[in-house]
Design a protein around this ligand. Structure first.
Ligand code: SF4
Ligand code: MG
Length: 307
C-alpha cells in the first residue's frame, strides 16, 4: 500500500514545548509507517501517561491513550484480539520503567509481537521534571533540589534478562537511525524494544541536547553482529545474549552506544503457544449472522452472574 506523510497528518496540533524530542520521535514513527507502507487503519498506537504519551493524538492512525504504566497490557490485548494489526507503544521512561516496570518484565515472558518505542529523557516531564528511573545517580536536573540520590536502571539489560527478542537504542535527533531501527523492530516477529534517548529542553536541557548526544553517543562498531542466524539454535542465541550484555555493560553514563544490540527471531512466541493450544484470536469468533443479528448468547453469561 502507498501512503504519504500527509495521510498521517494529526487530528490536532501537538502541544509539546518548542524543540522537544517527542517531535523527532513522532517524525520517526510517521516515516517508519510510510517506509513500510503500513495501512494506518491496520495500525494501533498505544500510550500510557506523560508528555510522550500524547503521541497517539497527533497521528492519523488508530490510537489509545491509556492509564499510567498500563500501555503494555492494553497493547497485548489489542494484538491478541486481532493479530493482523501492527501494534506499537509510544510511552515515556517513567511510565514504562517506573510504574509500568512489572508489565515491562512480564511482557518478556510472553514474546508477543508488539513494539515498544520508549521516549527516554531521564525525567517525569509532564509533572515538572522529577527524576525518572533512567536518570543516573548524582545527576542534577532542573526539577530536583539536589543531585539524584537513586541509581539508574539500564532498560536494555532489563529487557535482555526479561526475554525481549529485539533490543535497540537510538536518539530523538537521529531520524535516519530511528526509522531504520523502528522498521526492523516492526518487521521482527516478536517483542521489540527501541529505547530512544529523547531531548527535553525544558526539564533536562543539559544532558539531552543534540550537542550532548553528539559528544556522548556513538554507533555500535560495524564488526558487532547482534543477529542470531539460526533461531532454533539456543546456544547461538545465548552467545549473542552474552555479546549484547558485554556491549551494554561496557557503556556508562557518558559513553553510550546506539544501534541494534540483540535480535533473535525466537520461534517460541506467545502466538505460537496459543496456536499449539488451539486458542483462536477473538477476531475469528463469529458474533453476528448474515442478517447482522447477534449470535452471542448473553442470557447464558448473565445467568452465570446471578448469586
Ligand atoms: Fe517535551 Fe520536556 Fe516539554 Fe515534555 S516538558 S513537552 S518532554 S520538552
Ligand atoms: Mg520521561
Amino acid at each position: 500500500m502507498t501512503i504519504s506523510l500527509k495521510d498521517l497528518d494529526p487530528h490536532e496540533m501537538n502541544d509539546w514545548c518548542p524543540g522537544c524530542g517527542d517531535n523527532g520521535i513522532l517524525a520517526g514513527v510517521k516515516n517508519t509507517i510510510v517506509n513500510l507502507g503500513i495501512d494506518p487503519h491496520k495500525m494501533v498506537v498505544v500510550s500510557g501517561i506523560g508528555c510522550s504519551s500524547k503521541l497517539p493524538n497527533f497521528i492519523n492512525t488508530n490510537g489509545v491513550h491509556t492509564l499510567h504504566g498500563r500501555a503494555i497490557p492494553f497493547a497485548e490485548g489489542i494484538k491478541l484480539a486481532n493479530p493482523e494489526l501492527t501494534v506499537i507503544i509510544d510511552s515515556g521512561d517513567g511510565d514504562t520503567y517506573g510504574i509500568g516496570a512489572g508489565h515491562f518484565i512480564s511482557a518478556g515472558r510472553r514474546n508477543l509481537d508488539i513494539k515498544l518505542f520508549v521516549h527516554d529523557n531521564g525525567v517525569y516531564s509532564l509533572t515538572k521534571g522529577q527524576a525518572s528511573p533512567t536518570l543516573p545517580e548524582n545527576r542534577k536536573v532542573k526539577g530536583i533540589p539536589a543531585p539524584n540520590i537513586n541509581g539508574a536502571i539500564n532498560p536494555l539489560e532489563l529487557a535482555l534478562f526479561s526475554g525481549y527478542t529485539f533490543i535497540a537504542r537510538t536518539t530523538s535527533y537521529n531520524i535516519k537511525e530511528m526509522v531504520d531501527l523502528m522498521s526492523k523492530a516492526i518487521r521482527h516477529k516478536g517483542l521489540a524494544l527501541v529505547d530512544i534517548l529523547q531531548g527535553c529542553p525544558t526539564y533536562n536541557p543539559e544532558f539531552t541536547s543534540s550537542q550532548w548526544f553528539m559528544q556522548h553517543t556513538k554507533p555500535l562498531p560495524e564488526t558487532y553482529d547482534p543477529v542470531v542466524k539460526n533461531p532454533s539454535d539456543i546456544s547461538e542465541a545465548n552467545q549473542k545474549k552474552r555479546d549484547a550484555l558485554s556491549m551494554m555493560m561496557g557503556d556508562d553514563d557518558m559513553n553510550i552506544h546506539t544501534g541494534l544490540f540483540f535480535q533473535w527471531e525466537n520461534p517460541d512466541t506467545f502466538e505460537s503457544r496459543l496456536e499449539a493450544r488451539h486458542i483462536p484470536a477473538a477476531i475469528s469468533e463469529q458474533i453476528a449472522d448474515k442478517d447482522n443479528k447477534s449470535t452471542i448468547d448473553l442470557e447464558k453469561t448473565l445467568s452465570s452472574l446471578i448469586v
